[in-house]
Write a protein that binds this ligand. Structure first.
Ligand code: ATP
Length: 597
């Protein structure tokens, strides 16, 4: 297992990620992905897109990252998107108050759920000190701190805007257009991959908690009464669950089960959430998460976001801690209802009935010429009260007179004056607000998990080597091509032609002719390149006869095979049609590390 320090050092040295703006002293919570990291992140995003957009038959959009204030008034973020802040009076450093409790008190895993007052009390009771300077924090106030970055849209005082704290809002606000695109047919799913911004109180653990990060989100819009997920596709998927009941139990254990059983046993109450957990389990396995260091944990009630009915997190074990890498929430109709209430647009879909329905509507059309003289200023209110009564209790109009009560006063009206009637109307359907189920993935945290879970060390040629055992689909580079030496034109010709040929076949290639071959292998091992190809003098036999050495990263095993076969063989391996072991059966193995100098 990699220590955080070893991984951070590797990440920096090999161009995966590093603190941004270091030339200007750095900015906490902002990271730059270097060439290897950006390629790795792109591959994670592509794999996510392939699964959650393409394979599930969804559509992807790209919405702006800056949104005007009313969006966040509606979504609840302006009022409620807070973390608990405590500031050290001595050194001025800000800390997440709930995290201080979690770090200090063994049996509290989720202090946020306890609320501000209780957290303040616990800091006092446990005499907690500032992690930066050691000063006493007891007595310092704990406050709610809104995590959104504010900006101003346009010149002058402009219009207040915010950097979106989740990509989801960009999908919700466009619902009126998106439903048209979907021709008003539920269910449909919209995805988005892009940056989100949170002014985290204390960014930490490298790219795990940062102030700008990439989310990959799917908003699945459903008719809660009709739409069911294709659960059969994932019912046999095995999962490790950590439900609320087990988290509360003294000797709480994980439940090893299948998605189908978890739904039957009501451990996961929403079949839609269960469905996405099943899909996600397969996806995490595919991209290379160590599934022995992975679990789904249900949110405790105090932890759930303001909108969520049931919520599970995907968590990976990193450096001995469980870290949330994705959230799966049943958001109900919260988001669309709120945007419907706060905006001018309609956030509903028209649901057509199988058969048109005839409905009776009771109305009154009071004779105001009679009501006015009789009730004066109260006549309008009496008319409204009569209409309300007609809707709630049409039988009240059966007699000669009808009475309504307004502010404790009784008004009696001739039924004829009220002019009561029942009209029949044919309705073809109704406007319903879809419910939303949301899988929300953090791309950076996934990247970090993959790096940490892939980090390996072993002994090769009496040396300890570090290598990243990344899934070929995710590794930044597919193949490295080396001419054994950099001063032999014949070798260089073959190697660079080969690099071109592989690139033309869609394989990403790193060409490297500097340093000893051993050092070049180590470099590629450290960035997780699955294969290295070395062109040496022994293999130069002329066009079709020329052979090269192919080395597999994890086993460090080497084969000699005709250069003419290489592109096709590697393509088959990358497409999953063939394994390296198959090649080992067919080509000559190179037992000694002939190419290491
Ligand atoms: P946390 O409790 O760790 O702050 P959260 O519950 O607020 O996370 P969500 O709002 O559910 O997170 O966001 C969905 C995903 O976005 C998370 O699972 C995580 O992978 C990612 N994410 C959230 N905040 C950050 C952050 N500050 N830095 C990096 N990734 C983040």
């Amino acid at each position: 297992m990699a220590s955080q320090q070893a991984l951070t050092e590797l990440a920096k040295r090999r161009g995966f990620f590093f603190g941004a703006n270091e030339a200007y002293g750095g900015t906490a919570g902002f990271y730059t992905f270097g060439p290897e990291g950006a390629a790795l992140k792109r591959n994670v995003e592509s794999a996510w897109r392939e699964q959650f957009t393409l394979r599930l038959g969804n559509e992807e959009i790209e919405a702006p990252t800056v949104m005007p204030e009313p969006v966040f008034e509606a979504s609840g973020h302006l009022d409620g998107f807070d973390d608990m802040l405590i500031e050290c009076a001595e050194c001025g450093e800000s800390h997440r108050a709930d995290h201080l409790i979690e770090d200090a008190v063994a049996d509290i895993e989720d202090a946020e759920a306890l609320g501000v007052d209780r957290v303040e009390e616990l800091i006092r009771d446990h005499d907690l000190a500032c992690p930066t300077c050691g000063a006493d924090l007891a007595g310092e106030p704990v406050e709610d701190f809104n995590l959104m970055f504010e900006t101003s849209i346009g010149p002058g005082s402009g219009q207040p805007g915010y950097l979106r704290p989740e990509t989801a809002q960009g999908i919700f606000v466009e619902f009126p257009r998106l439903k048209e695109y979907a021709r008003g047919q539920l269910p449909f799913g919209i995805t988005q991959i892009g940056p989100a911004y949170r002014n985290e109180i204390s960014p930490r653990r490298g790219i795990i908690r940062v102030r700008e990060f990439t989310q990959a989100e799917l908003e699945q819009f459903i008719d809660p009464e009709e739409d069911e997920p294709p659960l059969e596709a994932v019912e046999d998927v095995e999962v490790t669950l950590y439900p609320v009941s087990e988290q509360h139990a003294d000797d709480g254990e994980y439940i090893e089960t299948t998605i189908g059983e978890a739904v039957d046993d009501a451990i996961i109450t929403s079949p839609w959430v269960a469905y996405f957990l099943g899909v996600a389990q397969g996806w995490y396995e595919r991209v290379g998460v160590d599934m022995d260091r992975f679990r789904f944990r249900q949110h405790l009630s105090g932890e759930r976001a303001h909108y969520a009915a049931d919520c599970w997190d995907a968590e990976s074990e990193i450096g001995g801690n469980w870290i949330e890498i994705a959230g799966f929430a049943y958001r109900g109709d919260y988001d669309l209802t709120k945007h419907g209430e706060h905006s001018e647009d309609r956030f509903t879909v028209f649901k057509r009935y199988d058969e048109p329905k005839t409905v009776e509507t009771a109305t009154v059309d009071p004779d105001m010429a009679a009501l006015g003289p009789e009730f004066g200023g109260a006549a309008g209110d009496v008319a409204d009260a009569l209409q309300a009564l007609a809707e709630s209790d049409p039988d009240a109009f059966d007699g000669d007179e009808v009475t309504v009560e307004i502010d404790g006063e009784i008004y009696t009206v001739d039924t004829e004056v009220a002019n009561f009637s029942v009209e029949e109307q044919t309705e073809n359907g109704e406007h319903i607000t879809p419910h939303v189920v949301e899988p929300s993935f953090g791309v950076g945290r996934t990247v970090y998990t993959l790096l940490e879970h892939a980090y390996s060390e072993d002994e090769v040629d009496d040396e300890t080597r570090t290598y990243l055992s990344l899934a070929p689909e995710i590794a930044p580079t597919d193949v490295a091509v080396f001419p054994l030496v950099s001063n032999d034109d014949a070798l260089i010709d073959v190697a660079s032609d080969l690099a071109d040929e592989l690139r033309a076949a869609g394989i990403s290639v790193s060409y490297d002719d500097s340093g000893s071959i051993g050092r070049r292998y180590r470099r590629q091992d450290e960035v997780g390149t699955p294969f290295c190809v070395t062109v040496d003098q022994d293999g130069l036999e002329g066009d079709d006869e020329t052979t090269v050495t192919l080395r597999e990263r994890d086993s460090a095993a080497q084969l000699r095979l005709p250069v003419a076969d290489l592109a096709a063989e590697l393509e088959a391996v990358f497409d999953g049609d063939r394994e390296f072991a198959d090649l080992q059966d067919r080509y000559e193995r190179v037992d000694t590390d002939v190419t290491t100098d």
